[in-house]
Design a binder for this molecule. Structure first.
Ligand code: MG
Length: 386
């Protein structure tokens, strides 16, 4: 049985991971569950999967402890997450959203645990550091992000000399048919209307501005050891092809399926084998046309910002990620408009000097400096409405 730790067990990826595990309960043993604030769900998960330990934000620890009393399950607060991630298991699922997922993933790699990575931000904000560490400890990083799972399924690094392009598909997000003025002044409820995928709030908002696709270009560069120029983005509204690689011999290989995160999750859990995920295979007789379009960079400046920051290197992706995280948080609170997000990120990229962080401390310094400066900048924005 594969021993699994889930970082972020009560979020969208975490709950779907446990669904796949429940369908294959003879193959997996849940060792540790780490959650943020959803105590009720963590308690339910712990009682069902009987892990060795769980962790939750200190605010909820008494509730979780009293509910798990007598079960033998250890209950820790958030200060022990790195320790839990370091415990040796067969696979750690990194599904904590944002840069707060970095430290536990880093510690899991350091102790030699293979990673199923949903948390793209940890690669965006510290990709050099993470990939170096993974190589040093011979740790496999298996992507859960659907596009990268698709590429991982159809391409291996041994074929690199024959690779022409990695092609990331994008549904286009909530604003694909909106005009530029609508997008600039859009509010939270508009951005959350994702056409195809059911995902967490942060990634849905990132998707609406193609920021998510830009972050995924950076993620692909690190995971597959390619340059920005080797990665194209194509709008494919139906989200049936999850990404492709074009090879020098004229072949293009695609991975297809209904848009359901349980497919890439199941592959990451079972790799190199295949298991039941609960997702049906495609019915081609019922499928409409598949369409492909160029992304509109005027409407979606975030995509280019991501590409530029990756090409510049020198810590720019760290700045991009931190300022975007804070901007999205402010957008959720209603303090800024949608168009402000990419404006904020662009300003931070131009005013902060940086170099590539080599360890967690250097990362934290640059991340925190960016957060401080982004907060100052947000205060200066007057959105002129409420
Ligand atoms: Mg994705």
């Amino acid at each position: 049985m594969k021993k699994i730790t889930i970082l972020g067990s009560t979020g969208s990826i975490g709950t779907q991971t446990l669904d796949v595990i429940a369908s294959n309960i003879e193959l997996f043993k849940v060792e540790h569950l780490v959650a943020g604030n959803n105590a009720d769900l963590l308690i339910e998960q712990a009682l069902k999967f009987k892990p060795k330990s769980v962790a939750i934000n200190n605010l909820h620890i008494d509730k979780v402890k009293s509910n798990l009393d007598g079960t033998g399950i250890d209950v820790f607060d958030e200060t022990k997450i790195d320790m839990i991630a370091s415990d040796n298991v067969d696979l750690v699922v990194g599904a904590i959203t944002g840069s707060s997922g970095l430290s536990p993933v880093y510690n899991a790699i350091k102790s030699g645990n293979d990673i199923a990575l949903a948390n793209k931000e940890s690669l965006v904000c510290a990709g050099d550091m993470i990939m170096k560490l993974a190589n040093k400890h011979k740790v496999k990083i298996i992507p859960i992000d659907s596009e990268h799972s698709a590429i991982f399924q159809v391409y291996s690094k041994q074929q690199k000399s024959g690779l022409e392009k990695i092609i990331l598909t994008a549904s286009g997000g909530a604003f694909v048919d909106k005009d530029i003025n609508f997008i600039k002044t859009a509010k939270l409820q508009d951005a959350l209307k994702h056409p195809n995928w059911s995902m967490g709030q942060k990634v849905t908002i990132d998707s609406a501005g193609l920021m998510n696709k830009g972050l995924e270009v950076i993620e692909a560069c690190y995971l597959f050891d390619v340059k920005v120029k080797d990665v194209d983005v194509v709008i494919h509204r139906q989200s049936i092809i999850h990404s492709m690689v074009s090879m020098k011999d004229g072949s293009t290989l695609a991975q297809m399926g209904y848009p359901d995160m349980k497919t890439p999750i199941a592959y990451a859990l079972s790799y190199p084998k295949r298991i039941y995920s609960g997702v049906n295979t495609l019915n081609f007789y019922e499928m409409n046309n598949l369409t492909f379009e160029k992304p509109d960079l005027k409407k979606f400046p975030a995509l280019q910002l991501c590409k530029n920051s990756m090409e510049d290197g020198n810590g720019k992706p760290t700045i991009l990620n931190a300022s975007n995280e804070l901007a999205v948080e402010q957008f959720i609170k209603g303090n800024i408009l949608f168009g402000n997000i990419s404006e904020i990120v662009e300003s931070m990229l131009s005013i902060i000097n940086s170099k590539t962080p080599n360890d967690l401390q250097e990362f934290n310094e640059l991340h925190n400096e960016t957060i401080t400066k982004t907060k100052e900048y947000v205060k200066s924005i007057n959105i002129g409405n409420s």
